[in-house]
Design a protein around this ligand. Structure first.
Ligand SMILES: [Zn+2]
Length: 531
C-alpha cells in the first residue's frame, strides 16, 4: 500500500471538514505538488520549523524529536506536539508544541517551562557523564523484577542532570497492580520527585463485539483521557494504516478523548476509536485471564504491558504479535465480510504468542509451529470463556466474531478445509495454522469429549481417530494442564509426541497419576493418533 492510498483512507475516515479546509488551503497556496499533506505533512513542516528556528526551541546537536500528537484545526492551523530526546535519552521537561498555519509557516510555539535553558546547558554534561565512566548511583530497584529503571535527562526544573526514572510496581489495596514513579539524581542518588504512576479512570466503551463495557483508561494531567491501562500497563494506539512491517513501539498515535466515552459500537465504523475499545478491553481480559488463572503478570510475567495497534495496514484481514516491538497489531478485516480483527479470542491468541515466546518458545515451523498456533487458539478461546460476555459467548470456534462464522474450529478442525484432525507423519509439513488442528482437536476432546454436543447454543460433533469414546473433564482443567506443559515442560523443538509427554507430566503434577484428569488427557491424545 502506498502512502497516498493510506492517507486517502484516513481522509475518508477522519475529520472531513478539517481535511477539506486543509486541502483547499494547500491547493490555493500552490505548494501541493509532491509534498506530504495532512498529518504527515504537518509533522514534516513542524520538524523543519524547529530546525530552522533552533534558538526559539532550544534545539541543539544531539537532540531529536518524537511526535506525540497532531491537532489539525478546521481553518487549517496545525499544532504538532513533540517529546524531545538527547542522545536517545528522553528529556523530561523538553516537550514542545509547534503551531503553524495551513501552509506550514511557524506561527507560535509552546514549550515545557524549564526546558529551554536546561536543554542547552545539559548538552556538554551528558556525554561527559556517560563516557568518563563516572560511577552513576544505582537506580532504585535495579535488579528487582518489579521495577523498570530508565535513564533520562531531567530538565524540568533546577540544574539539568542525568536521572533515573523508575516505575516501581507493587500491589494495591484491592490486589490490583499499583505503581509509583521515583526520579533520582543519577550521580548523587538524591530523590528529585516521586508520584503515583496511575491516575486510573473508568471509561465507557461502545465496543464492536462485546456491547457497552467499562474500560480502564488514564486521566491525563492536562485534561482528557488516554487509552493507557493503568492497571495492566497496556497502551492502545492508532497505526493510521501503516503496514505491520513498518511499525515499532513508537509508531502511531495514542488514543485520547475528552469525555472518556469511546467508540460507537459499530463494525466497519468510521469512528476510529471503536476498534480501539475492543482491542483495549480484550487485551485487558487476556491479561486478567493469565493473572487470575495462572498468576502470570503479563506476557513476560514481569508486570509490563504491551502496545496494541489498531487500524494496521489496508484491508489487512489479520492480526499479529511482534516480540521485537512487544506489540500486537490488528487489521481492519477485508472490508466486506470481516470487520476489525480485535475480538476476544483474536486478542487472546496474539498475546498468547508473546507468552509462548517468553516460555517454551516453540519454533514456528514443523510440528512445534503447529503446537505454537494451537496454544494461541486454545488460550484465545479460554479468554473468551473467561470473559463470560453476554454478546461474545465462550465457544470452540476461533475468530467467530471477526471472521464470521469462524476461521477455525476445535471439534473437527478439518471442517475449515485445511486443518488436520489426526496426527500423521506428514502433519509437520502443513502450514502451522493447519498442523495446529491436531492440538486443537485434542483440546476439544479432553474438554468436552467425543460425539455430538451443544454448548452455549453451538452444535459440535467431534470424531476420534482411533474409534474410541472420550469423556471430557472441562476446558478449565485442560487449559491448566496445557499452561503447565507450556511453561514447565515444553521446549522450542517439542513435537506432538513431546506435547503428549509434557501434558501428561503436567496432569500428573496437578491431579495425580491415577486421576480421571490424567487418564482423560492421555485418552484424548490417543484419540488424535498421538500415542
Ligand atoms: Zn497465530
Amino acid at each position: 500500500m502506498s502512502p497516498s492510498s493510506s492517507s486517502r483512507r484516513r481522509l475518508a475516515a477522519g475529520a472531513i471538514a478539517a481535511t477539506a479546509a486543509l486541502i483547499a488551503a494547500t491547493v490555493t497556496a500552490g505548494t501541493a505538488s509532491a509534498a506530504p499533506t495532512g498529518r504527515d505533512g504537518a509533522i514534516a513542516q513542524a520538524r523543519a520549523n524547529v530546525a530552522r528556528n533552533a534558538a526559539v526551541f532550544g534545539f541543539a546537536d544531539g537532540q531529536d524529536l518524537v511526535v506525540k500528537d497532531v491537532v489539525l484545526d478546521a481553518d487549517g492551523t496545525q499544532h504538532v506536539r513533540f517529546d524531545r530526546t538527547y542522545l536517545g535519552l528522553p528529556v523530561v521537561g523538553g516537550d514542545l508544541v509547534v503551531h503553524q498555519d495551513a501552509r506550514g509557516r511557524l506561527k507560535d510555539s509552546s514549550r515545557a517551562a524549564a526546558h529551554d535553558a536546561a536543554v542547552r546547558t545539559i548538552v556538554p554534561k551528558v556525554p561527559a557523564q556517560l563516557t568518563a565512566g563516572r560511577a552513576l548511583a544505582a537506580a532504585p530497584g535495579v535488579g528487582d523484577a518489579a521495577s523498570t529503571p530508565e535513564l533520562v535527562v531531567w530538565a524540568a526544573d533546577g540544574t539539568p542532570r542525568l536521572a533515573w526514572r523508575t516505575t516501581v510496581r507493587g500491589t494495591g489495596d484491592h490486589g490490583q497492580p499499583a505503581g509509583r514513579v521515583i526520579v533520582t539524581d543519577a550521580t548523587t542518588g538524591e530523590q528529585i520527585e516521586a508520584y503515583d504512576s496511575e491516575h486510573q479512570a473508568a471509561g465507557t466503551g461502545h465496543s464492536e463485539y462485546t456491547g457497552d463495557i467499562t474500560i480502564d483508561t488514564t486521566a491525563q494531567s492536562g485534561g482528557g483521557y488516554a487509552l493507557i491501562d493503568p492497571l495492566r500497563g497496556h497502551t492502545t494506539k492508532d497505526a493510521h494504516n501503516a503496514s505491520a512491517g513498518t511499525i515499532n513501539a513508537n509508531s502511531g498515535t495514542l488514543y485520547t478523548d475528552a469525555d472518556n466515552v469511546w467508540g460507537d459500537g459499530r463494525k466497519f465504523s468510521t469512528d476510529r476509536a471503536t476498534a480501539a475499545v475492543d482491542a483495549h478491553a480484550n487485551t485487558a481480559w487476556t491479561y486478567d485471564y493469565y493473572k487470575n488463572t495462572f498468576n502470570r503478570s503479563g506476557i513476560k510475567n514481569d508486570g509490563k504491558g504491551a502496545t496494541v495497534f489498531v487500524h494496521v495496514g489496508t484491508k489487512w484481514d489479520n492480526a499479529q504479535w511482534s516480540d521485537s516491538c512487544f506489540c500486537m497489531m490488528t487489521g481492519d478485516g477485508d472490508g466486506v465480510t470481516d470487520p476489525e480483527q480485535v475480538d476476544l479470542d483474536t486478542m487472546g491468541h496474539e498475546m498468547t504468542h508473546g507468552v509462548t515466546s517468553a516460555t517454551a518458545n516453540l519454533r514456528y515451523s514443523g510440528e512445534s509451529g503447529g503446537l505454537n498456533e494451537a496454544t494461541s487458539d486454545i488460550f484465545g478461546t479460554m479468554v473468551e470463556w473467561y470473559a463470560g460476555n453476554a454478546v461474545d459467548k465462550g465457544d470452540y470456534l476461533f475468530s467467530d466474531q471477526s471472521t464470521p462464522p469462524w476461521l477455525r474450529r476445535f471439534d473437527k478442525p478439518s471442517l475449515d478445509g485445511g486443518s488436520a484432525d489426526c496426527w500423521s507423519r506428514k502433519v509437520g509439513q502443513l502450514d502451522v495454522h493447519n498442523s495446529s488442528g491436531v492440538g486443537n482437536h485434542w483440546f476439544y476432546l479432553a474438554s468436552e469429549g467425543s460425539g455430538a454436543r451443544t454448548v452455549n447454543g453451538v452444535a459440535y460433533n467431534s470424531p476420534t481417530c482411533n474409534g474410541s469414546t472420550v469423556t471430557g473433564i472441562g476446558n478449565q482443567k485442560v487449559a491448566a494442564v496445557w499452561y503447565r506443559a507450556l511453561t514447565v515442560y515444553m521446549t522450542s523443538t517439542t513435537d506432538y509426541k513431546g506435547a503428549r509427554t509434557a501434558s501428561l507430566n503436567a496432569a500428573k503434577d496437578l491431579y495425580g497419576l491415577n486421576s480421571t484428569e490424567y487418564k482423560a488427557v492421555a485418552a484424548a491424545w490417543s484419540a488424535v493418533s498421538v500415542a
